[in-house]
Each structure stands twice: as C-alpha cells, then as structure tokens.
Design a binder for this molecule. Structure first.
Ligand code: NAP
Length: 210
C-alpha cells in the first residue's frame, strides 16, 4: 500500500525517438531489446498501483497479443484484480471476469473514480500518448516513468504529444536495466488553468509579464 500522496504515473517503454509503438502498432522492437539480469522494474512498480487506465488501441493490442478472449485468466496473472478503465467511443470485447470500465471523454471524472477505487494506491496511465496528454492537460499527471529502449523507429505512436518544458518536468531518478535506461520525471503543475464552461472547456493562458 502506498502511504502519503498517491501518484498518477505514466509508465511506459519508449524508443529513443519518442514512440511507444511502431507505425504498424507493433512492439516487436521492444521485446528484442535486452532488459538485463533483473528484468524491467514493472513488477515493483505495479505492486503500488491501485487502478489503471488505457486507450482503446492499447486495450485491443493486449487482448490480441495475449489471446485474452480465449485465455481470460491470463489477465489476472498480469494485473491481479486491480480495476482497469478503457477509454473508447465504441463497443469493445470484454475479458470475462475482469474489473473493467469503458469510459469516454473528459479524463477528470474518470480520474476521480480511479482514485476512489485505488484506496490510496497509485494510478497508472498505460497509454497511449494522447490519453496521457489529456491527464497532463488537466493537471492530473504527477510522474513519467520511461523505459527507453535502444532503438529508433522514425514513426509510430507518439510518447506524449505535448509541449512540457523543463518548467514542468524535472528528472528525479535515472537507472539502467540491461540496455534500457529508466528515466523518472516529476510533472509540475499546469500553469494554464483549465476552466469548465457551459459549452466546453477553455484554457486561460497567463498574461505575459516582464
Ligand atoms: N511501449 C509501451 O510500453 C506501450 C504502452 C502503451 C501502449 N503501447 C502501444 O502504443 C499504441 C498506442 O496507441 P494510440 O496512440 O492509438 O493510443 P490509445 O490511447 O491506446 O488508443 C487511442 C484510442 O482510444 C480511444 N480514446 C482515447 N482517448 C479517449 C477519450 N478521452 N474518450 C474516448 N475514447 C478515447 C479512441 O478510440 P475509439 O474512438 O476508436 O474508441 C482512440 O483512437 C498501441 O499500439 C499500444 O499497444 C505501447
């Protein structure tokens, strides 16, 4: 159980040039890379996770790659009974017996529901990048944990298609597992205030000051 402040963390593997999947939505390049004697730190990371969220492409990838509809028990072997949220606009197949919620739109109410279900543990944003960006836009992302694989892809699904400069990101940890570099960044507050209006959401930029 995480004590103190639970975090919302975007933990993902990425290529050196900032892609989390190649242009064919494949992760073959990731499994090729040597993760070292101790493997990835995923297990210890996930031990502190109380809820997780992903986009529909990621969900479909996991379903297909692990044949989860034919072997639904595999889900529990990866994720235990930690509840998951899938962002989608469409009907998606459900892995039987899994605590899954299908949601769409604004990340903020989903974040609140996840935090409540997580009972003080961390929230994991699995990806993709646009979804993680939505949490960052809303000021709800606390940490990036990036496992950088020794590969460049040239094109694919972007890691985090946002402009977060060093005024918002600070490097808090750096380690090596095999050929992977693990970089942890704290994400600072969004200086742009997001204000809900009757017709949508507006973003107020701070006035320029000398
Ligand atoms: N390297 C890694 O460790 C890692 C980690 C995560 C993912 N991946 C891979 O990276 C790729 C990511 O794919 P992606 O960039 O397409 O991202 P994604 O977030 O997995 O999927 C995007 C789709 O999710 C749905 N969606 C996202 N936000 C939504 C919202 N707020 N409301 C409703 N629906 C929403 C939309 O689908 P619909 O409109 O069609 O429903 C959207 O097209 C996948 O291939 C995945 O396997 C790799």
């Amino acid at each position: 159980m995480v004590s103190g402040m639970a975090k919302t963390q975007y933990y993902t593997a990425t290529s050196v040039d900032g892609y989390i999947a190649d242009a064919d939505n494949s992760l073959d390049w990731l499994f090729e890379a040597d993760s070292g004697r101790d493997g990835s730190p995923f297990e210890s990371f996930f031990a502190d996770v109380g809820a997780f969220a992903m986009g529909a492409t990621t969900y479909e990838w996991v379903l297909e790659h692990e044949s989860l509809l034919d072997h639904p028990n595999k889900w529990a072997s990866f994720y235990g009974d930690v509840p998951a949220w899938v962002f989608t606009h469409r009907h998606r197949p459900v892995v039987p017996g899994v605590r899954l919620s299908f949601v769409s739109g604004d990340v903020r109410p989903v974040h609140a529901a996840m935090a409540s279900a997580a009972r003080g543990k961390n929230l994991w944003i699995v990806g993709g990048g646009e979804l993680a960006g939505g949490f960052a836009d809303a000021g709800l992302l606390d940490e990036l944990i990036l496992g950088v694989a020794p590969v460049t892809l040239g094109a694919g699904a972007p890691l985090l298609p946002r402009r977060l400069t060093s005024s918002r990101l600070s490097l808090t940890d750096l380690r090596r597992n095999g050929e992977f570099a693990y970089l942890t960044y704290a994400v600072g507050p969004n200086r742009y205030r997001i204000r809900a209006t009757g017709v949508g959401t507006t973003t107020e930029r701070p006035r320029y000051r000398r």
